[in-house]
Design a protein around this ligand. Sequence first.
Ligand code: FMN
Length: 357
Amino acid sequence: MSFYQKIKPMLFKMEPENAHNFVTKLMLIPPKIPFLESFLANSYCRVYKNLAQDIHGLHFYNPIGLASGFDKNAEFVRGLAGLGFGFLELGSITQMHQEGNPKPRIFRHVAEESIQNTLGFNNIGVRGMLANLKKHYPFTVPLGINIGKNKNLVLADSLKNYELSLEELKNYGDYFAFNLSSPNTPNLRDLQNENFVGELLNMARGITQKPLFIKISPDMEIDTMLAVCQKAIECGVNGIIATNTTIDYSVIANPIQKDGINVGGISGRALCEKSREVFRILAKHFFGKTTLISLGGISDSNEAYTRIKMGASLVQIMSALIYQGPSLVARINKELHEKLIADGFSNITEAIGKEIA
Ligand SMILES: Cc1cc2nc3c(=O)[nH]c(=O)nc-3n(C[C@H](O)[C@H](O)[C@H](O)COP(=O)(O)O)c2cc1C
């Protein structure tokens, strides 16, 4: 039994946000103890040549990334990289720090291996994140920075808010992802329209030539989603990250409610099918035209490989890490490596998009 499986019952008795804070504090320990850090790196960070690829000038040792939301402030970069991730997406960060929504704001649906969160971009703000990033950057694996919008702004000020964040961060991330899809910031998802996405990317291209992504929701009307992504591509986006959490509460048996209303976004296994289907449509239209990153309910190498064959160059995980613990990334990578060999692919790039429906 792994160390994580031993401590999981204790962690799962803790309030979820406290458990997250406890685990992330543990991640600060290995970088301070060289023997422990190299022991973990030897255990988790195997390099498989057939998983490596270059995308937009960045080298990815493997396609498994950490989704944004786990390390919102870039505090645990070294500890997380020690788990074997091919890249880390940090954030979401907002220009000014904010507390987020009242606690409790993370809920487990254990039987469904899913999470419901109402966090609302609790983070220390761009300056705080920069102070943390400066300790590490440039780093051994690509660091993406996911930028959100401050809550206390009228929607008309959103563009300026993203611009100020990007301007301050531009020298310290390997790629930037604009989060237009968190359900926990009022009206944020309204920014998923062609006009705003066009303005956002034109603004961003004026500031940086680094890769730019937009992260979209799984709950959009299909026509809107396709139009928004098409516009993003025309305006120079490098890729689409799909998907964020869902507010389709039918995917879960007993969604948490506040004042009788379902709240927050659902992630994990309950989101898997929905994210996969959204991704299928996205890939059908845009594979080969932009880089696609898939996430939502990925919890094993089978699902990761499915998304890759559907057209994802990279995948990300988050909820499964909470349920399965730190050995998950190494396990998925090892099994992906074996699957590529079994299917006769000499490199992951040959498998990407092989089964576009
Ligand atoms: C606790 C929690 C916090 C999250 N915070 C963010 C965030 O700050 N920014 C963001 O773009 N997505 C955030 N997400 C969404 C994840 O990045 C991801 O899109 C979603 O959880 C689906 O992946 P999963 O099923 O592997 O968890 C968060 C998810 C969870 C569970």
